[in-house]
Design a protein around this ligand. Structure first.
Ligand SMILES: NC(=O)c1ccc[n+]([C@@H]2O[C@H](COP(=O)([O-])OP(=O)(O)OC[C@H]3O[C@@H](n4cnc5c(N)ncnc54)[C@H](O)[C@@H]3O)[C@@H](O)[C@H]2O)c1
Length: 316
């Protein structure tokens, strides 16, 4: 199998590439990444000389490069995106360009040159906030910020291409990932980085916003299953059912770095901050027999220590 992975120098995409090349030594991967500020070649250092791996610097909204690669591959997995909600609030334009226009360019190329499967990496944030209970894959999309609106727009565009042009697409909507190699603008590596520099951590509002956390390798395991057994036209929620408030996450990080709660600086809440995301991933469990392998309490501590032990990566 030959796969185009887009955004493979980022957090989840790089874990996915390493997993696939290790588990399927005959598969070939082309990684198309624009090398934005959050891309990091170090994330793929261990496989960069693998004969089945090719890196191409480029933009998913560049029709020429996307068409050229699409003709060479069987499958496309789109991780490429602008991903930081705070940036989307300051500058939505880049999010429209990559997260919507980029997906449009991919879809047009797929329409022109047949491939077997297109997997769009979407997010639980497209459903919007839910105080209690869980969204199934059939729930309405009610995104509340420019990032989630751009991801939801892409999901709807894909739906229309499935229906109209029979594009062989699958959409995944995953909860918040934690793990090694996450760019330190996101809560966990950002807070660790601040504390390592003996600085306070900025916690939005009262810190009671809840997120559902999944270890990145459990997401990758789900994506592997979906790549091989996922049904065309379907949407799969991916959750390990592990909800924590941002304050709870912060307290665990503080403890591991031997800091007290005076290191928390409560800052003005993010505009339109979603209170809670909740997704039901029983479909993935029932239909593809997926279960998460990692226990949050153990793996989260290991993740914190990975950042502590990899200060050079954090600086880089
Ligand atoms: N991190 C999470 O918790 C999470 C949860 C659910 C869904 N997602 C989705 O998973 C995907 C990957 O997220 P991540 O956290 O690994 O992101 P990331 O920000 O770490 O990496 C994104 C990568 O995409 C690349 N990129 C950006 N624009 C591009 C473009 N126009 N063309 C080619 N490459 C481009 C960047 O250079 C970077 O390497 C995203 O689509 C995101 O919406 C992430």
């Amino acid at each position: 199998m030959k796969i185009l992975v887009t955004g493979g120098l980022g957090f989840i995409g790089s874990h996915f590439i390493k997993h696939i090349l290790k588990k399927y030594p005959n598969y070939e991967i082309i990684n198309l990444d624009i090398v934005s500020y959050c891309a990091n070649f170090k994330n793929l250092e261990e496989i960069e000389n693998n004969k089945n791996y090719t890196f191409i610097k480029g933009d998913i909204s560049d029709k020429n490069i996307v068409e050229k690669i699409t003709q060479e591959v069987n499958c496309i997995i789109n991780f490429a995106a602008q991903t930081h909600v705070d940036n989307s609030i300051k500058n939505p334009k880049d999010f429209i360009k990559t997260n919507i226009e980029g997906v449009y360019v991919l879809l047009e190329a797929i329409k022109k040159y047949n491939i077997e499967k297109f997997i769009q990496i979407s997010t639980d944030e497209v459903y919007g906030s839910i105080a209690n209970g869980f969204f199934s894959e059939n729930a309405n999309l009610e995104p509340n910020n420019p990032y989630s609106a751009s991801k939801a727009s892409a999901d709807l565009l894909i739906r229309s291409y499935q229906n109209t042009y029979k594009i062989p697409a699958i959409i995944t909507r995953c909860a918040n990932n934690y793990g090694e190699n996450q760019y330190p603008e996101k809560l966990i590596p950002h807070f660790i980085s601040q504390l390592l520099n003996n600085k306070k951590v900025p916690l939005y509002g009262n810190g009671l916003n809840k997120r559902d956390w999944i270890y990145v390798k459990d997401n990758v395991k789900a994506l592997d299953l979906i790549l091989h057994q996922g049904k065309i036209g379907e949407i799969y929620n991916i959750s390990a059912n592990c909800e924590k408030t941002n304050l709870e996450i912060t307290k665990i990080i503080l403890k591991e770095l031997n800091k007290d709660e005076n290191y928390i600086e409560y800052v003005e809440d993010r505009p339109g901050h979603d209170l809670r995301y909740g997704i039901d991933s029983s479909k993935l469990k029932k239909e593809l027999n997926w279960t998460p392998d990692y226990n949050f309490n153990e793996q989260f501590i290991k993740t914190i220590h990975w950042y502590i032990n990899n200060k050079d990566w954090l600086k880089n």
